[in-house]
Design a binder for this molecule. Structure first.
Ligand code: HC1
Ligand code: SF4
Length: 558
């Protein structure tokens, strides 16, 4: 085995690509603004500098480890260097931390605190450039940008979009859209992944809670809320509980305390989606037309296809997303209410804010979903209301939509929609057969997965992708004839909704825990298949009669 010395400790090398990973493995929290293991190495912020035994300084993120190296991470020189960088950044940065959306979660604030910056020796050249509030998903404030380039690399390397890039040189350098157009008019799909990696308040998720509080306290409104599958496993840690633990019961109780009138589970909508989408898939399979069928739950994927792959839009399922199906059903169910009925969706997703505002999802000009708030916005509301989440008693959702299936709840992780559909089409309904579906290749957080399912004397070829770059590459392989599939699940966020940009930021271990949390919720569910959910059966026998097309489907083709 090969070793290097880090601060006089021997640390074993295990194929790490850079010193930074080795140093972190040794339990040292080396600071950085611009290093993410899933993005390319940029090496611009220089906060991760280390000294070798010659006294030379290297950026640890871009230095390959070599056996025998003697590295020091915390010398007086390095501390001075890091403080200098922080002071330079702060010297042209807005320092109104208390009113910043990123207050308490800002990397610059955190490191300034950690390195004990009490004064900035340079004069403040900060200029307020104004904000770009054109997008319903994200808000950009250039004057808070520290040029780490994390957003640029995320948008390009993971999402294949490139809506933002560096512009100008020298002291004029900034991150900008082409021709500095408002972000909403570019090819941005609102996935929010740029905001998830932004270390400061330069790109943040739009916050819609102020308006929502007003509606909640308005006695003339009846405020309904639905909770997405992924939220229950993403919310716990920041409220003092375990990462990935299922918080559904506490969430329901907290939402009632906040003042929501009725609380429901988007999983009910997912069950409806499974039935509609499977029906559509089997009919296309029979006719041999418009295959592969692409899933339609992820609005960032739908928008991506509209902008970049218009030839595929006809292949996207006509099913509304579970959020939209359920909202349409709720508005229909409460249509005779004497109050104004408002539907709120708590989502792990920023693109859902844009989906909710689409013309296709309005009835007489009024959206079916009135508000989408992210997991992070809900955390803020819970804190604002003074609710001690860790002490609240769990409660159940409201009737008449009170039952959900395990198939619906796994929608929140990549492969879940597919597994739910396979459960529906599998002829063998035994417990053993159900369990074996988990081993067909549908589970796991990899960006591209494949499964082959026997059905009606033939094989159904399935692909599951998350991350839009992966989706783009898969589509290319289909278009060149290299690959052939019948069913393709696409989620824009790598890992699926559990890793949505509206969730608290987590690491790869946290993502695994969230995924495990949803599969556990499935195991604990006494209804495994969507078609066995009695609420769904009651809907088809009642409210949905003659209204399936109007309430559950959409035409994205213009
Ligand atoms: Fe998702 Fe979906 S799974 S898209 O990831 O199909 O956001 O959680 O609510 O609509 O159910 C998100 C999650 C969510 C929808 C469902
Ligand atoms: Fe790019 Fe997504 Fe950010 Fe838009 S929201 S700029 S598509 S990363």
């Amino acid at each position: 085995t090969e070793f290097i010395m880090i601060d006089n400790m021997p640390v074993e090398l295990a194929g790490e690509k850079n010193l930074l990973s080795v140093i972190r493995k040794a339990g040292i929290e080396l600071p950085t603004f611009c290093y993410y293991s899933e993005l390319s190495v940029y090496g611009a912020c220089r906060m991760c500098v280390v000294e070798d035994h010659w006294g030379d300084i290297h950026a640890a993120c871009s230095t390959p480890p070599k056996a025998g190296m003697e590295i020091r991470t915390n010398t007086p020189r390095l501390r001075k260097y890091r403080k200098m960088i922080l002071e330079l950044l702060l010297s042209n940065h807005c320092r109104d931390c208390t009113t910043c959306e990123k207050n308490g979660k800002c990397k610059l604030q955190e490191l300034a605190q950690r390195f004990g910056i009490k004064q900035v020796r340079f004069s403040n050249t900060f200029e307020d450039d104004g904000m770009d509030t054109s997008s319903l998903a994200i808000v950009r404030d250039k004057s808070k940008c520290i040029l780490c380039g994390d957003c640029v690399r995320m948008c390009d390397e993971v999402q294949n979009i490139g809506a933002i890039d560096f512009a100008f040189r020298g002291s004029n350098m900034c991150v900008s859209t082409a021709f500095d157009e408002p972000i909403a008019t570019t090819n941005c799909v609102g996935c929010g992944q740029c905001a998830a990696v932004c270390p400061t308040g330069a790109i943040v998720v739009r916050n819609d809670t102020a308006r929502l509080w007003q509606d909640i306290s308005n006695p003339g409104t009846k405020v309904l809320v639905q909770i997405a599958p992924a939220v229950r496993v993403g919310i716990g840690k920041e409220l003092g509980l375990g990462e990935g633990e299922n918080m559904m019961g506490r969430l329901v109780a907290a939402l009632r305390r906040i003042g929501f009138d009725e609380v429901f589970d988007t999983t009910t909508g997912a069950d409806l989606t499974v039935l509609e989408e499977t029906g559509e898939f089997l009919s296309r399979l029979e006719k041999g037309e418009k295959l592969p069928l692409f899933t339609s739950c992820c609005p960032a994927w739908v928008k991506y296809a509209e902008l970049h792959k218009p030839e595929l839009v006809g292949n996207i399922s006509s099913c509304r997303s579970p959020m939209q199906m359920f909202a349409s059903v709720l508005k229909e169910h409460y249509r005779h209410s004497n109050k104004r009925v408002i539907v709120v969706a708590v989502m792990p997703c920023t693109a859902k804010k844009i989906e909710a505002a689409r013309d296709e999802f309005k009835n007489d000009g009024i959206p079916y979903v009135d508000y989408v708030i992210t997991t992070q916005e809900l955390i803020q509301m819970i804190k604002e209301a003074g609710i001690v989440f860790s002490e609240i008693e769990p409660e159940g959702v409201d009737m008449p939509f009170g039952s959900t299936s395990g198939a619906g709840v796994i929608f929140g992780v990549t492969g879940g929609v597919t597994e739910a559909v396979i459960r529906r089409i599998a002829d063998d309904k035994s417990v053993a057969a159900l369990k074996s579906i988990a081993f067909t290749g549908v589970r796991g957080l990899e960006g591209v997965k494949e499964a082959v399912i026997p059905f009606n004397g033939r094989n159904v070829n399935i692909a599951i992708v998350s991350g839009l770059k992966n989706a783009d590459e898969l589509v290319k392989r289909i278009q060149t004839g290299e690959k052939q599939y019948d069913f393709i699940e696409v989620m824009a966020c790598p890992g699926g909704c559990i890793c949505g940009a509206g969730q608290p930021v987590t690491d790869s271990e946290g993502k695994k825990r969230r995924s495990a949390g949803l599969y556990e919720a499935d195991r604990m569910s006494n209804i495994k298949r969507s078609e066995e959910n009695p609420v769904i059966m009651a809907l088809y026998g009642g409210l949905l009669k003659g209204k399936i097309h109007k309430l559950l489907h959409v035409n994205y083709q213009k």
